[in-house]
Design a protein around this ligand. Structure first.
Ligand code: SF4
Length: 701
């Protein structure tokens, strides 16, 4: 029997540890995230280790090529584009599926040596609003709490999160923590599987989250349920924030009317919040994927600051990250508006110090395009070379028909992927076979800042290579070999860790993200690295120590050390229903699929839960339109393409709203791409698309 390798699941941001062999996967009992548990997707991982659909050789213009030929084509396209149009004509679009080491090398090559600021990631679509909110209030992108807090909380508020399906193991932990006196409030326009856990489900009108949480702040003040001493010692901006909250949501009556909720339910939520010092508010895509996404997050955090519930056992706001390594990408600077290692473009001294550290004079001076802007720049013809790694933007970005137009018109589209036939690879000029899960080796960081090793236990398939190696090879072709002399992922990790320490010095000690203590790991120590939450320090006897919680002492990463409460206006969705498009379209995950199904669709048992695209609709709406359960229906929005699916009649939906899954791509069901109904409108602060609020009409076929 093969010995199992301890590694991590490549799907969601819970970041479960698994013990894997080529023919079996079980939960890693020693991993703090899951303690041996696995969800159905994780437990089917070994069934995805099949050659079906793998990209096994480099291809250029549709023909199989050798690696030297492919690398010459990639570097030639980049070199020519920079020479003719400048470095800003080259862009990289990365993925929360990449390992931190891959991400680090991509960011370094693009910003440090090609000199383009246009490096963004599909993580923009899932958590950039939380990032922007953390920076606004804490001074840095930091999640203050840990998973244990979800169990310790006496009041758990889950808002915009169907954790039962999207973060199943965390949901299991929350479920197991049920005990006398513990309460759960679920805030979601739909009654999802997560609402089964709820003592109170607030089925609010979509887009009214800022009203609900502004109302909570105003109510807490009115009922003397805030912490004046915490505010006085550790916060700024309270008076302006309160004035704004009182203006937006002056009373429970007003909140109930604006959010379309019963007054008694609003009052009950507010009373429970006031009475429960150990409160965690966990939020996810229902909060983030909105034009007011950053404001939504800050409205939640404001209430925690006003009550002093930050970084305490069982008391914190908590952003549930979508992807397995969205946070690792944030650490290296894989967002277009950050530089590297949590340093911003406007961090004093950051560019100079980073240039010296990397040994370059090519660093861009200003942030680049965020995801939606980036593909619009491709459409305009401003980007001549686009390198996409480990993601499928032809399906996942809003207004995907326009994204496909952009890709089709771009002179050079390079795609690194382990799968050969995605909607995006179909539009590429150059395909580079990347190592897949089980072959890759490096680290990931989950939603609670926990860095874990993702270890390889399979040989590389055919000509596939790790992403970091492909990137370093291109860097060498471009003449930057001296800065990309990596023998193994440990070399990259040590450099990444050392850069975090430099960033802390640049910030004069204010920066929280610090893994400098890991910069001297030997390869053996790296290979044996236990899951560790950053920031990481060495204790007196040289033992590594992680940090479960941040800001417990009330000191934040801002210039004055105080957390900033942020006045939040009433946010409203950009698109409103009209007589022509009378339905609000909500999008999201289903239980057993992941992203655009390139891996999970390989497992037949994962298709049994939901076999085809569906449109969930309230029975009264269906009756009015003469639609029965199972009727094939079409949703038509303002965009050029509709969405086809079978009606699922359910009282879980509010009247006038439908829900569709995000997973089906053009490859599986060309008329059922959810992003055809999502306009390319974004939160002005974070650039996160409004993926929870399309508009459409519905008719049966
Ligand atoms: Fe994988 Fe997420 Fe399931 Fe854990 S909860 S096994 S990380 S998909």
């Amino acid at each position: 029997m093969a010995t199992s390798t301890l590694t991590t699941c490549p799907y969601c941001g819970v970041g479960c540890g698994v013990a894997a062999t080529p023919s079996n996967v079980t939960g890693d009992e020693s991993h703090p995230a899951n303690q041996g548990r696995l969800c159905v997707k994780g437990s089917a991982l070994h069934e995805t280790l099949v050659p079906n659909g793998r990209l096994l050789r480099p291809r250029v213009a549709g023909e199989d090529k050798s690696w030297p030929e492919a690398l010459a084509a990639v570097s030639g396209a980049i070199r020519d584009s920079v020479a003719q149009h400048g470095p800003g004509s080259v862009a990289l679009y990365l993925s929360g599926q990449l390992l931190t080491e891959d991400y680090y090398v991509a960011n370094k090559l693009a910003k440090g040596f090609i000199g383009t600021p246009h490096v963004d990631t599909n993580s923009r679509l899932c958590m950039s609003a939380a990032v922007a909110a953390h920076k606004r209030t804490f001074g840095e992108d930091c999640v203050p709490g840990c998973y244990e807090d979800l169990e310790l909380a006496d009041l758990l508020v889950l808002t915009g999160s169907n954790a039962a399906w999207a973060h199943p193991i965390l949901y299991q932990r929350m479920h197991a923590a049920r005990r006398a006196g513990r309460r759960v409030v679920v805030i979601d326009p739909r009654r999802t599987a997560t609402a089964d856990l709820a003592d109170l489900h607030l089925k609010l009108k979509p887009g009214t989250d800022t009203v609900l949480f502004n109302g909570l702040l105003a109510w807490l003040v009115q009922h003397n349920a805030i912490s004046p001493s915490y505010i006085a010692q550790h916060c700024s901006g309270f008076e302006e924030t309160l004035a704004c909250a009182q203006d937006v949501a002056p009373s429970v009556v007003s909140v109930a009317a604006q959010c379309d909720l019963a007054e008694a339910d609003v009052e009950r939520f507010y009373c429970w919040y006031a009475d429960t010092p150990r409160t965690v508010t966990a939020f996810s895509q229902g909060i983030n994927q909105a034009v007011a996404g950053t404001d939504n997050c800050n409205a939640i955090i404001n209430c925690h600051l006003a009550t002093g519930r930050i970084g305490q056992p069982g008391a914190s706001p908590f952003s549930l990250t979508g992807q397995p390594n969205a946070m690792g990408g944030r650490e290296v600077g894989g967002l277009a508006n950050t530089l590297a290692a949590h340093m911003e473009y406007d961090t004093p001294g950051a560019r100079e110090q980073l240039a010296e550290f990397w040994g370059t004079d090519q660093l861009p001076e200003a942030p680049g395009y965020k995801a939606v802007e980036l593909f619009e720049a491709v459409h305009r013809g401003d980007i001549k070379v686009l390198w996409i790694m480990g993601t499928n933007p032809a399906v996942s970005l809003p207004d995907s028909a326009r994204v496909r137009e952009a890709l089709a018109s771009c002179p050079t589209v390079i795609v690194s992927d382990c799968m050969a036939n995605t909607d995006t690879t179909a539009l590429a000029n150059i395909l580079l076979p990347a190592a897949g899960w089980g072959e890759k080796d490096g680290t990931v960081t989950n939603s609670e800042r926990c860095i874990s090793r993702q270890r390889s236990f399979l040989p590389l398939s055919s000509a596939a290579r790790p992403d970091w190696q492909i990137l370093a090879s291109v860097a060498c072709e471009l003449g930057y070999a001296r800065a990309f002399q990596y023998e193994c992922p440990a070399d990259i990790f040590r450099e990444h860790a050392a850069l975090s320490a430099l960033a802390c010095r640049v910030s004069e000690g204010r920066q929280i993200f610090d893994i400098g203590a890991l910069a001297q790991l030997t390869e053996t120590q790296y290979n044996q690295l236990e899951p560790t939450q950053w920031p990481v320090t060495l204790d007196d006897v040289g033992v590594l120590e992680g940090a479960s919680r941040l800001f417990s002492d009330g000191c934040f990463a801002t210039d004055d050390g105080r957390a900033r409460l942020v006045p939040i206006p009433a946010g409203r969705p950009r698109q409103s229903v009209t007589p022509r498009y009378p339905f609000v379209v909500n999008t999201g995950r289903i239980r057993d699929q992941w992203h655009t199904m390139t891996r999970t669709a390989l497992v037949s048992r994962l298709l049994t839960h939901r076999q085809e695209p569906s449109i969930e609709i309230h029975p009264d709406d269906a009756f009015r339109l003469n639609v029965s359960d199972g009727t094939l229906c079409q949703l038509t929005g303002p965009g050029p393409k509709p969405f086809l699916g079978r009606a699922r009649l359910t009282l879980d939906q509010r009247l006038g709203e439908v829900f569709i899954p995000i997973h089906w791509s053009g490859r599986f069901a060309s008329q059922s791409v959810a992003t055809n109904l999502i306009a390319a409108v974004t939160d002005p602060l974070s650039g996160q698309p409004e993926s929870k609020h399309g508009i459409a009409s519905l008719h049966s076929l």
